[in-house]
Design a binder for this molecule. Structure first.
Ligand code: E4P
Length: 218
């Protein structure tokens, strides 16, 4: 399973990249706003800055909600850097825009997916990724991980190449559940990724190894 980091914070992106396990980045307008990035040119420059830090795919989201606006913005975003994947919301105009951009060899990530039916439409339109939001489903008492399993099963059954990108991952346990559910990618906050490292037996085992070494070598 690939790891993307779900942030527009350059320090966190650098930290994940330095760890050597990062496969890409996802952003959204809320994450960009959190970093105080405003104005079209600054936003575009920020995407380029992210692409220069990481080796993998970087999702950049369109703001337009009409077909013409989405494809114009999508083409502009894709032209910024070869690593850019255009993120498009799962609405009627979005599905049409995904189909159009796919025909132009522009990769897309269909976002705000909350059902298998939405994922099917996005995959049929040729989306590179679909992003089911598991945390937001969990928040309303619906099974987010179950949706990942359902979509992964559907794509495998019908031979879709679209990758299942589990989004709205909130914690480390979600990552482990995504592995079981068959997600191709999980996009996560940095602390959910580093949480995978934590185990008390690793800490106590290392402490004993070092103490035993020091008994004979100090
Ligand atoms: C990523 O592609 C999504 O925009 C993001 O994971 C949403 O996460 P949230 O539900 O924590 O805002």
């Amino acid at each position: 399973m690939k790891f993307f980091i779900d942030t527009a914070n350059l320090d966190q992106i650098k930290e994940a990249q330095d760890l050597g396990i990062l496969d890409g980045v996802t952003t959204n307008p809320s994450l960009m706003a959190k970093e105080g990035i405003k104005g079209v040119n600054n936003i575009k420059q920020h995407y380029v800055n992210i692409c220069e830090i990481v080796d993998g795919d970087v999702s950049a989201e369109v703001i337009a909600t009409d077909f013409e606006g989405m494809i114009k913005e999508g083409e502009e975003l894709a032209a910024l850097h070869p690593q850019i994947v255009v993120k498009i919301p799962c609405i009627k105009a979005g599905i049409k825009a995904i189909k159009y951009l796919t025909g132009k060899n522009i990769r897309t990530n269909c976002t705000l997916i909350f059902s298998a039916g939405q994922a099917l439409l996005a995959a049929k339109a040729g989306a590179t990724y679909v992003s089911p939001f598991i945390g937001r489903l969990d928040d309303i008492g619906t099974d987010g991980i179950g949706l990942i399993e359902q979509i992964a099963g559907m794509f495998s059954r019908y031979g879709f190449e679209t990758e299942v990108l589990a989004a709205s991952v909130r914690h480390t346990m979600h990552i482990l559940q995504c592995i079981e559910a068959g997600a191709d990618v999980a996009t996560c906050p940095l602390n959910a990724i580093t949480g995978l490292l934590k185990h008390p037996l690793t800490d106590s085992g290392l402490e004993t190894f070092l103490a035993d070494y020091n008994k004979l070598n100090s």
